[in-house]
Design a protein around this ligand. Sequence first.
Ligand SMILES: [Fe+2]
Ligand SMILES: [Fe+2]
Length: 214
Amino acid sequence: MNRNPSRSDNLIHQFDTVLRTLVPHAAQASRPSPASPEVHDDPMDEEERRHAAGLMRINHTGEVCAQALYQGQGLTAKLPDVRGQMEASARDEIDHLAWCDERLEELHDRPSLLNPLFYAASFGIGAVAGAVGDRMSLGFLAATEQQVGRHLEEHLVELPSADQRSRAVLRQMAIDEAQHAQLALEAGGARFPAPVKFGMRLMAKVMSGSVYRV
Ligand SMILES: [Fe+2]
Ligand SMILES: [Fe+2]
């Protein structure tokens, strides 16, 4: 039987996304983690392990924010042809979330306790951008993806040299995020002026600074 999803179906779907994002180990990746069994770490001391976990916690929270942004974008999108493309990007983000979660567990650590807060904030921002229109919400997605990409490049350098498994995850994420940014721009996303991007960088700094430890 073919039917359009009702309001309550949609509400259940949205709630399911929130749970899968915020409950540890609930996200299911559709692709195997790039940290495959063939990728081996060298031994790390406690300080290195803590540093690697702090960086991976930042990346995990970044993916929590991505879930919220794509969810907000999906709820407000008006152009049906854009929706399909953005849903494909959102599926990649679920992989990223699950991979970071797995890696944190391997490092005997946990995701950030602040995730619900960042999820709510990102959802709010996504919904406001979406209310303004597709051009704004796609532009915001593109700018965020570009910023995440820059973070990933920095983390690839900052990670302890022994940590090859986190590196494998971040390398694939960087490839995916660059493609997501491109897709959002091609779908009609606005290119944001430098002051807006500066504000976004400042917000990202606040997020990374707190999540590294908490
Ligand atoms: Fe991602
Ligand atoms: Fe992305």
